[in-house]
Ligand binder design. Structure first.
Ligand SMILES: C[S@@+](CC[C@H](N)C(=O)[O-])C[C@H]1O[C@@H](n2cnc3c(N)ncnc32)[C@H](O)[C@@H]1O
Length: 218
């Protein structure tokens, strides 16, 4: 039996239109998304994938940081992709949004220099997390880099209280690995190398941990 489960941006489809203001007000969004971008050290012409791209904020920030990037964003939800397409930056012809599932990516092997994922892995069951990590490894070029920002083990008691709100909203089945601090070991067991936690930010809903890891050069 499949262990898949689909959790939309704010758990309920009818909350999707308010996703942007909620995330902006509660997660220190600009700070953590810019931290992801800054750690990537990208070059003009690099191809990048934002997996579980939601309403496209990170894709737009990537475009603003380096307009010569070839930017692809995938999400399983057509409604949130509608919001993303409506807010593509002026001259954002290098941004492509596609509806797809993270564990079946519609790209050839070794297509991307960087893969990003922001507030996404806590939407996946453990099995989907592993299948998605295998797909990310497949589509990254040798030496390509995987960047994650997501809920991790809470930094202190207050952060633990905040994390209970995410668990109540998105469900314990998909969030447990995150809040028990297992994302780094899942990334390593998929075969990534050189894993580092580069930052941790405390927010209303708990601690966001930023990870960076590499696909071996072969
Ligand atoms: C909390 S939102 C994060 C959106 C965006 N990355 C951000 O940082 O604002 C999680 C997104 O993952 C998408 N999603 C959930 N499961 C998915 C899957 N298996 N494949 C693709 N997208 C998925 C949801 O539709 C939602 O847009």
């Amino acid at each position: 039996m499949s262990q898949s489960r689909y959790v939309p941006a704010l758990r309920f489809d009818w909350l999707t239109p308010v996703y942007d203001p909620v995330v902006r007000l509660t997660t220190r969004e600009t700070t953590f998304k810019n931290a992801l971008i800054n750690q990537a050290e990208m070059q003009a012409g690099d191809s990048v994938l934002d997996i579980g791209c939601g309403s496209g904020t990170l894709a737009n920030l990537l475009h603003e940081a380096l307009p010569e990037l070839d930017i692809h964003g995938i999400d399983g939800d057509s409604k949130v992709l509608g919001i993303a397409r409506a807010k593509i930056s002026p001259n954002g012809e290098g941004i492509h949004f596609v509806q797809a599932m993270s564990f079946l990516l519609p790209y050839l092997d070794e297509s991307f220099d960087h893969v990003f994922s922001s507030l996404f892995f806590h939407h996946l069951t453990s099995e989907d997390k592993s299948n998605t990590l295998n797909e990310i490894l497949r589509v990254l070029k040798p030496g390509g880099v995987f960047h994650v920002a997501d809920w991790g083990d809470p930094d202190n008691f207050l952060m633990r209280l905040g994390s209970y709100m995410v668990m109540a909203l998105d469900g314990t089945e998909t969030t447990r690995d995150n809040f028990e601090g297992r994302l780094p070991e899942l990334v390593l067991s998929a075969g990534f190398e050189d894993l580092k936690e580069t930052a941790a930010l405390n927010t209303v809903f708990g601690t966001i941990r930023i990870l960076k890891s590499t696909k071996a050069r072969g």
